[in-house]
Design a protein around this ligand. Structure first.
Ligand code: ADP
Length: 291
């Protein structure tokens, strides 16, 4: 049961297997790699860790396999003090894995995600929600589980944050059940198209306000180096990101989401919360790895 005011993060936990290669292989081809590393990942776990590092109590709800990868995937969550008693580890399926090839000259990558145990997550029981202050979700677990959790949160009066990542068309049908929807520019385009606003651009304030009003909640759009904007359909807020020389932008969006949920849960107003999340997202670009 989540303690008073805790942020419940209901989402994916993965092990990222990263190989640096001289170039990405063509089908059937073998190329030489120069480096291999394993990092904890998964959007749910990344965001849980960010909210926890923002200083807020966090309960992770998700699933890992009964295997050695589970220990590596959850190592930082445990080390940083995220509550893990609602993470199921008895699934017959293995821990989720992301296979990532990075082209070391061009910086491009190829990624295959095997959801494994993340695909087994079905229900977020009322006992997990308990007296939570907020719930934060992404789209790396089954969508019916996300939608059901949004409905439970609304019924229990728990504020919900939904990051529409990675973008899946089917999520547009229930995004309006979230109190706060967070998208990057690509996801904004997907959401706008799915809601019949295909020509809208993330940088257009009128489009943001219109889409927020259609959803009925607050819509937050992250704009990379340009910062982030949000609207509740009426008001508009903006925060710029600090100017940095990025090293690895993987996980910037996840860090933003975790800090934003924590800042709002601490009672921060939108402009201050956006500013904090933007600064955290920028700092995440200065270190390699998602966590
Ligand atoms: P995603 O990682 O989901 O694609 P963004 O690229 O929009 O999301 O980044 C999320 C946040 O991280 C931005 O709102 C910003 O605060 C920060 N950020 C990302 N890239 C940069 C950058 N090049 N310079 C400064 N901040 C950045």
């Amino acid at each position: 049961m989540a303690a008073d005011g805790t942020i419940v993060v209901f989402g994916s936990i993965n092990l990222d297997l990263v190989a640096r290669v001289e170039r990405l292989p063509a089908p059937g081809e073998t190329v030489a790699g120069s480096d291999f590393s394993m990092h904890p990942g998964g959007k749910g776990a990344n965001q849980a860790l960010a909210a926890c590092r923002a200083g807020h109590p966090v309960q992770m709800v998700g699933a890992v396999g009964n295997d050695a990868n589970a220990d590596v995937a959850t190592a930082l969550l445990r080390k940083d003090g995220v509550f893990m008693d609602s993470v199921i580890s008895k699934t017959a399926t293995p821990t989720g894995v992301a296979l990532i090839l990075v082209d070391e000259t061009r910086g491009e990558n190829q990624i295959a995600v095997i959801p494994g145990a993340n695909g087994e997550v079905r229900v977020l029981g009322a006992e997990s929600l308990g007296r939570a202050g907020a719930i934060l979700m992404q789209l790396e677990i089954p969508l019916e589980a996300v939608e059901a959790a949004l409905e439970s949160a609304r019924a229990e009066g728990v504020r919900s944050f939904l990051n529409l990542a990675p973008w899946r068309d089917a999520a547009a049908s229930f995004a309006g059940k979230a109190d706060v929807v967070i998208v990057n520019e690509t996801e904004f385009a997907g959401l706008a198209a799915a809601l019949g606003h295909g020509d809208d651009e993330a940088s257009d304030e009128t489009a943001l306000r219109a889409l927020a009003s259609l959803l009925g909640g607050t819509l937050v759009v992250t704009l990379g180096a340009a910062g982030a904007r949000a609207s509740d359909g009426k008001d508009l807020w903006f925060a710029s990101a600090p100017v940095i020389a990025p090293i690895d932008t993987v996980g910037a969006g996840d860090t933003f989401c975790g800090y934003l949920a924590a800042a709002r849960s601490e009672g921060m107003e939108w402009p201050q919360a956006l500013d904090l999340a933007c600064r955290a997202g920028a700092l995440a670009c200065l270190k390699a790895g998602a966590q």
